[in-house]
Design a protein around this ligand. Structure first.
Ligand SMILES: [Cu+2]
Length: 294
């Protein structure tokens, strides 16, 4: 056998196993981008991105509740819907992709006021969830919209949606790089920042202690009871890694409210009317303290 014939035989042997070139776009591809009989790992790459982003969002929300020790119905519903739409998207279902995209937009719009302060404070225990979850949801929105736009043509026939070796793959790589970087930065910076915040506030009267929001913390405002003369000023210092408020209970003779105090922030109030002033933290109403003005 001559060398050329050997080579040709070898080539036939190799290429025999490769799938045939995809059919040109047409009516046959309108219904489903991935036929149900197709092997799961051969599904268009974009479906894996949507699955990964949505399931990560759902699992993050569950972790947030487990770590924070709280339960919230809205958060639970979002977590469940994220996971369901993620799985349905992977199956190549158009409604799953539409649902997941709308869900991601709705979530960020609804929870932006809660997410923004967390993103600004790397000492916050939920920081890593926010800094990694939000870019992934953005990726879900970008790819969700692109998939819906390309649906008629077929996402398996759209190179940047079908294969990771494409512009879409590069975009995903950039986002994943940002997520990994965010996780590392958060993990490295948060203990340092927590220590710095805890070390500050020397001039303050009352400290909001580290882990003040945990129900097991005996004196979230320390000292819990403080006496000042009339016209005395009290200064609170937030030594915790998350936001708190100093807010008078309803019915006190003079109302006061610090608004949200970031880690390391202070709030001062001058008490001009004698009386007992009980106060709390708005997001954590079990955090309580008393000021006695004589
Ligand atoms: Cu609080």
């Amino acid at each position: 056998m001559n060398p050329a014939a050997t080579l040709a035989a070898a080539e036939r042997n190799v290429f025999r196993h490769l799938p045939k070139s995809p059919p040109s776009s047409g009516a046959g591809n309108v219904e489903s981008p991935a036929s149900p009989t197709e092997l799961w790992w051969k599904r268009p790459f974009v479906l894996w991105v949507l699955f990964g982003g949505l399931v990560y969002g759902g699992v993050s929300l569950i972790l947030l509740m487990v770590e924070g020790g709280f339960f919230d119905v809205t958060v639970t519903v979002f977590a469940a819907l994220f996971i369901v739409t993620g799985v349905v998207s992977l199956l190549g279902n158009r409604w799953g992709i539409l649902g997941g995209t709308i869900l991601a937009i709705l979530f960020v719009a609804l929870f932006a006021p809660f997410i923004a302060p967390v993103l600004l404070n790397p000492a916050n225990p939920s920081y890593w969830l926010a800094i990694t979850g939000i870019p992934l949801l953005l990726l879900v929105v970008i790819f969700g919209i692109l998939s819906l736009v390309a649906w008629k043509k077929g996402i398996a026939q759209t190179p940047y949606l079908a294969s990771p070796r494409s512009g879409g793959g590069l975009l995903t790589l950039a986002f994943v790089g940002f997520v990994v970087g965010g996780l590392l930065a958060g993990a490295l910076a948060s203990p340092l920042i927590a220590n710095l915040v805890d070390a500050g506030g020397a001039g303050a009267t009352i400290r909001i202690v580290h882990n003040a929001a945990l129900m097991t913390t005996q004196e979230p405002f320390s000292p819990g009871s403080w006496t000042v003369p009339v016209n005395g000023t009290v200064t609170w210092y937030n030594g915790d890694t998350m936001q708190h408020t100093v807010t008078s209970d309803t019915g006190t003779r003079v109302a006061f409210d610090s608004g949200f105090l970031e880690s390391g922030a202070t709030f001062s109030f001058k008490f001009t009317v004698p009386g007992n002033y009980t106060y709390h933290c708005t997001p954590h109403p079990w955090m309580r303290g008393t000021i006695i003005v004589l």
